[in-house]
Design a protein around this ligand. Structure first.
Ligand code: UD1
Length: 341
């Protein structure tokens, strides 16, 4: 019985492959390597002692997707990460995002139907809530108009999967991640943004290591205690573990619902300045940062109500902000030691 992890060489995908293998699952990765590299397979193998099966496949191309699925007829569940995720780029290149994120989903679902694969775990995002009316936000909160094409692909994908489940035997779980950060404790895998990072943590670590001159803090006039925006940062290994728990729930047929939705967060919000403070404390490096105007499309504050995931999945985030910033720093230092600076 094989578990397909699409995007398995990416940031969250690679950490999830490690957790799956450590729980005894046999993993097949399909990834087009558009935002990751083959080295990740060596790193996964170093951590777990098991080399995952890998196929370089572009899932947005129907023929390639079909060929891939016919090569692996014993896939029993799919964890679908493969997608573009840069919010700003999605505003400039909406078709790139709609084509890649939605066409690949539909190609996968078509193959899931043809091969009667019973389970799907989908990588969604708290972006579907926009700026929630009340906090913490739970899964029943209304879906607000998306602030970017990227966000819209997550909303539409959730709808496509839900509609698909209604008319097929497949069951799906939609996992809405808050802000995944940090890296594996081995420092062998982590987030590897190509080009200038748009996310906070890689920008912080690249500034601290000397790759960027200074960090921009996007706005300090929000209605928050220190004026900077608040997010629910969650360690990527906690997110990865939630996928294993979710998969086990599906495989055990623990629910008769066609589709379930869970927030994956810690339930605690931190401001940008608090993240900087945690980073400085854990790394011992003082960051040069400058306050700049707000970034268009950013929400003011969001953090998760995690009760559903805690109670129903029996999963809880374990790592705190300091562990997240330290692991991200160790990963950046590891990259420097490899000469990737
Ligand atoms: C966004 C998406 C989220 C997606 C994630 C991955 C939205 C609303 N959120 O999260 O769904 O999963 O990207 O790409 O679409 N910041 C700075 N300086 C920087 C970078 C960031 O101050 O150089 C601030 C931002 O303004 C924000 C916080 O740090 O307040 C976190 O930003 P970021 O890491 O980019 O994540 P989100 O925008 O929250």
């Amino acid at each position: 019985m094989k578990i397909l992890v699409t995007g398995g060489t990416g940031f969250i995908g690679s950490h999830t492959v490690v957790e799956l293998q450590q729980k005894g699952f046999e993993v097949v990765i399909a990834d087009n390597l558009s935002n990751s590299s083959l080295d990740v397979l060596d790193k996964i193998t170093k951590i777990t002692g098991i080399r995952p099966i890998f196929s370089k496949t572009d899932l947005s191309i129907q023929d390639e997707t079909r060929t891939f699925f016919s090569k692996f007829p014993d896939i029993h569940a799919v964890i679908h990460f493969a997608a573009y995720k840069a919010v700003g780029e999605s505003v400039d290149l909406p078709l790139k995002y709609y084509r890649n994120n939605l066409v690949s989903l539909m190609n996968i679902l078509q193959c899931i139907k043809e091969h009667a694969i019973p389970y799907l775990v989908f990588s969604s995002s708290c972006t579907v809530y926009g700026q929630p009316d009340s906090l913490p936000v739970d899964e029943s909160a209304p879906i607000k108009k998306a602030l970017s094409p990227y966000g819209n692909t997550k909303q539409i994908a959730e709808e496509i999967i839900t509609d698909f489940c209604e008319v097929t035997k497949m069951k799906a779980v939609l996992l809405r991640y808050f802000n995944p950060i940090g890296a594996h404790e081995s420092s062998l895998i982590g987030e590897l943004p190509i080009g200038i990072p748009s996310n906070l943590i890689p920008f912080i670590t690249q500034t601290a290591i000397g790759k960027r001159e200074f960090l921009n803090v996007w706005g300090n006039d929000y209605d928050t205690p220190d004026g900077t925006a608040i997010r629910d940062y969650i360690h990527v290994v906690d997110i990865a573990k939630a996928h294993v728990t979710t998969l086990e729930r599906l495989l055990n047929e623990s629910s008769n619902k066609k589709t379930e939705v869970f927030n994956l967060g810690t339930g605690v919000g931190y401001s940008v300045l608090q993240v900087i403070q945690s980073f400085e404390k854990m790394s011992g490096v003082k960051l040069d940062y400058r306050i700049k105007p707000r970034r268009p499309g950013d929400v003011e504050k969001v953090w998760a109500d995690t009760q559903l995931a805690n109670q129903v999945l029996g999963w809880k985030a374990e790592k705190d902000l300091d562990e997240m910033t330290l692991s991200a720093w160790n990963w950046e230092k590891h990259l420097k030691s490899l000469g990737t600076l």
